[in-house]
Design a protein around this ligand. Structure first.
Ligand code: UD1
Ligand code: MG
Length: 449
């Protein structure tokens, strides 16, 4: 059975109190629309359609970036979820399979649940994904009669008796394309919100003698994001889930609750993650690497056996090979650090290539930016960079070269050479005492004045 997915993302999200369209609010650094598209990915849909409206260009750009094959349709005015689905009809002209409707604000539907929905379609013309809510709040309520789903009543339209129902609508619906579009044509807007509700499909399906059913899933999967409070809850839910699955995959955490993931963070088995570590987007930590406390890592790749932190910052393009050591208050950006190299204290390494087993002394800086452009620093294998060396890029330091502590290196240092770039030291004998006496006198005079 071929399948098309329609993701509704046209709403403004009034309850978010935001200038940003709701679909672009982020959970674990990825926009809601990305989570919804990812949830739909296992279905291997023949077509994926995203319905955009409010801030259409911004939402389109993000959706296309995630999947260039996605089809975009516009909903000029947001007249309700049924009206939104209706806009997808021309894009699905001639399509004869099943349609699965997802809401962009419902980001966590699992692969297993998607499979359960598909399987349930074998026995029912219309499948709705529902859940038992702890606190049903403003969700639509599912009115059932045995296994048959009779109708969905929106919170605003529900009687007290209906509001007492705890079985709620997730927003996910699956049916054939034919049935969906013929039902949608019949949906009106005579309800408390004056909107065209997609949820009215259930009532219409029953009237047409079709079979309907509810597939249930965990409430955690159907969390709908309508407000900032929901967004914060969704973030917390994502983080707990990411921690639990990382633990199940063999990662050691000293305090899992203090570690924060991005939607795409990958951590290999036997890695150790200490307390208060934050992973930004695009990070891979290989097996057996050790991330020490209070480190911030994004867009970085950390190979096996590397040790990072405490208090390290890895920025996009940081590539750490095996057994690299990055210590406290070290920042690395767009730099390849070869096997066994060490940058242990208080350094900035950006736009650089650091050779195998090189040692970068405390307080050293690659001066990569001239105020206009970025320049590259290359440091050879086994090079020893003395503490507080300023490497004014573009500059190359050869294999086995040494730079003297406190040097400002403005020219290349050849292999095996010692680069000294600092003023000669002069010792003025007895001058320390003299200087102190002068200062004391000045101070006394000031007190008398
Ligand atoms: C909807 C359901 C409700 C369900 C809840 C689950 C309806 C009528 N109600 O309510 O039964 O319990 O989701 O989270 O479907 N959208 C458009 N165009 C529109 C209106 C909405 O694209 O004209 C999109 C929104 O961007 C959003 C989704 O559809 O992604 C759902 O809309 P929303 O307003 O959040 O509906 P809820 O009130 O949450
Ligand atoms: Mg919603």
């Amino acid at each position: 059975m071929s399948i098309a997915v329609v993701i509704l993302a046209a709403g403004k999200g009034m309850r978010m109190e935001s200038n940003l369209p709701k679909a672009l609010h982020k959970i674990a650094h990825a926009p809601l629309i990305a989570h919804a598209m990812q949830a739909a990915a296992p279905l291997d849909a023949q077509k994926t359609i995203v319905v955009v409206g409010h801030e259409a260009d911004a939402v389109t750009e993000v959706a296309k970036e995630i999947n260039p094959d996605v089809l975009i349709v516009h909903q000029g005015t947001q007249l309700g979820t049924a009206h939104a689905v209706a806009q997808a009809s021309p894009a699905l002209e001639g399509f004869e399979g099943d349609i699965l409707v997802l809401y962009a604000d419902t980001p966590f539907i699992s692969q297993q649940t998607m499979t359960n929905i598909q399987n349930a379609r074998a026995d029912a013309d219309l499948v709705i994904l529902g859940f038992e809510a702890q606190d049903p709040g403003r969700y639509g309520r599912l009115v059932t009669d045995g296994a048959q789903l009779k109708r969905i009543v929106e919170f605003e339209d529900a009687s007290d008796q209906e509001r007492a129902i705890t079985l709620c609508n997730s927003g996910v619906l699956a049916t054939s394309a034919d049935d969906l579009f013929s039902m949608i044509k019949k949906i009106g807007n005579e309800n408390a919100s004056g909107e065209f509700y997609l949820t009215d499909c259930v009532k219409l399906a029953c009237q047409a003698g079709k079979t309907t059913t509810v597939v249930k899933c965990e409430e955690a999967e159907t969390l709908g994001v309508n407000s900032r409070a929901d967004l914060a809850r969704a973030e917390a839910a994502f983080q707990s889930h990411a921690r639990a699955s990382s633990i199940a995959n063999g990662v050691t955490f000293l305090a899992p609750g203090t570690v924060f993931f991005s939607s795409d963070t990958v951590i290999g088995r036997d890695a150790v993650i200490e307390q208060n570590v934050v992973f930004g987007p695009g990070t891979t930590i290989e097996s057996g690497a050790h991330i020490r406390a209070f480190s911030h890592i994004e867009g970085a790749h950390v190979a096996r056996g590397a040790i990072v932190g405490p208090y390290a910052r890895l920025r996009p393009g940081a590539e750490l090979a095996e057994n690299v050591r990055i210590g406290n208050f070290v920042e690395v950006k767009d730099a390849q650090i070869a096997e066994g190299a060490k940058i242990n204290h208080l350094s900035y390494v950006g736009d650089a290539n650091i050779g195998q087993d090189a040692n970068i002394g405390a307080g050293s800086v690659t001066c990569n930016y001239d105020g206009l452009m970025k320049h590259k620093t290359t440091i050879g294998s086994r090079a020893f960079i003395g503490s507080n060396t300023m490497m004014v890029a573009p500059v190359n330091i050869g294999d086995d070269a040494i730079t003297a502590s406190g040097s400002v290196i403005t020219r290349d240092v050849p292999s095996d050479a010692l680069g000294v770039g600092r003023a000669d030291q002069v010792n003025k004998i007895g001058l320390a005492k003299k200087l102190m006496n002068i200062l004391r006198k000045r101070n006394q005079k000031k007190d008398l004045d």
